[in-house]
Design a binder for this molecule. Structure first.
Ligand code: UTP
Length: 238
């Protein structure tokens, strides 16, 4: 089974804690031992936001700010690589080709951002399509896709399952509200829709949840299920 796991920066490194990074690396290694081919995409989190806010005060334009964000995601990618064993490509992939080549060699590949104007949510969706992944998992700080931001709206309801088109429809209005935080950004949802990519959105703060979701399809987040796609056969064999 080929899997792309997107680990939000605020999940991997809300602060610099070696034990937390090791726990995420251990989950990735477990998946690898269980036979998964793995691409991992790492976000920038609060550190990226702090750098971006500071550079904005210094007068940087939006593309320059995105470049700073990309650099931070790549530092976080290096942090995860530092905790992974020998089967990981030791350098964060700079583009999708490098990631795919690493996977072909049998290595785990870790990427951060690649190009201004997007986030690592979109990188993960594009990588998943490019390497023909069976499954894309977003390990976020929210346990799935809700009808509204659950930290702001008390009666926000969680969706257990959505089609990719329904996902776009749920996320689009959230993305229009300034400051609203969607669990997956709009561009990523459109890439998921275009690719018909089977996707799971879960709370990944406990990395063991990522293991259960990938190996057994067991989780309490949201399944994004394209029309006509059955359960990954992999799950039935376990
Ligand atoms: P993130 O993917 O962490 O952004 O990339 P985010 O979604 O804003 O962060 P979380 O998930 O809420 O914590 C950090 C920043 O890096 C730039 C963007 O500015 C993004 O906000 N970036 C990242 C790019 O410009 N291109 C990329 O491909 C990736």
């Amino acid at each position: 089974m080929r899997v792309v796991v997107s680990i939000g920066g605020s999940v991997l490194a809300p602060d610099l804690d070696a034990e937390r990074v090791e726990a995420h690396a251990a989950a990735i290694e477990t998946l690898s031992r269980e036979g998964c081919e793995l691409g991992v995409v790492v976000g920038g989190g609060g550190v990226a936001r702090e750098y971006i806010a500071t550079a904005r005060d210094l007068g940087s334009n939006e593309v320059q700010l995105d470049q700073i964000g990309i650099d931070v995601t790549r530092v976080n990618a290096r942090l995860l690589i530092a905790a992974l064993g020998d089967e990981v490509d030791p350098t964060p992939a700079r583009d999708y080709d490098e990631s795919r080549d690493a996977m072909r060699r049998g290595d785990i590949t870790v990427m951060g951002g690649v190009t201004p104007g997007q986030t690592t949510d979109a990188v993960a969706a594009a990588l998943a399509e490019y390497v023909n992944a069976d499954l894309l998992v977003y390990a976020t700080s929210v346990d799935g896709v809700f009808s509204a931001d659950p930290s702001a709206v008390e009666d926000a309801a969680k969706y257990d399952e959505l089609s990719p088109t329904e996902l776009v429809d749920v996320i689009a209005p959230m993305s229009r509200d300034a400051g609203a935080s969607a669990p997956v950004d709009l561009l990523a949802t459109k890439l998921i829709e275009r690719a018909g990519m089977r996707t799971i959105v879960i709370d990944g703060t406990d990395p063991e949840r990522v293991v259960s979701a990938v190996l057994r399809g067991e989780h309490s987040g949201t399944d994004i299920v394209p029309a006509g796609s059955g359960e990954p056969t992999y799950w039935a064999q376990r």
